[in-house]
Design a protein. Structure first.
Length: 106
């Protein structure tokens, strides 16, 4: 028998630690908290792009988190094209995942 407790954590209450050279701006941090809240409720291998307080791409439910990332980026690109925007919505966005990627960034 496997028993798991409910995830009642509130992203706004989490103690986030910046480990990059450049700290996020207050607007980027607000977007990131929104992205984390959304990723928490999306199916497995969730990838969520947020920019300016709006979700711009979501990928989920794939066997591979990398595939979910590709889907989220593609959805953001398609939305930008449909809106007649010159740049992808992923530019200057933040991204959140429900877990770690299986390899280092390169």
């Amino acid at each position: 028998l496997l028993v798991q407790g409910r995830d009642n954590a509130v992203v706004d209450d989490l103690d986030l630690k910046v480990v990059t050279r450049r700290a996020p701006t207050p607007a980027e941090m607000a977007d990131l908290k929104l992205a984390f809240r959304i990723a928490k409720h999306v199916k497995s291998n969730a990838i969520v792009y947020v920019r300016d307080g709006a979700t711009v791409g979501i990928g989920a439910g794939q066997m591979s988190r990398v595939d979910s990332s590709r889907i989220a980026a593609r959805k953001a690109l398609d939305a930008a094209e449909a809106a007649g925007l010159a740049e992808p919505l992923t530019k200057n966005s933040v991204v959140a995942s429900d877990a770690f990627f299986p390899f280092a960034d390169g």
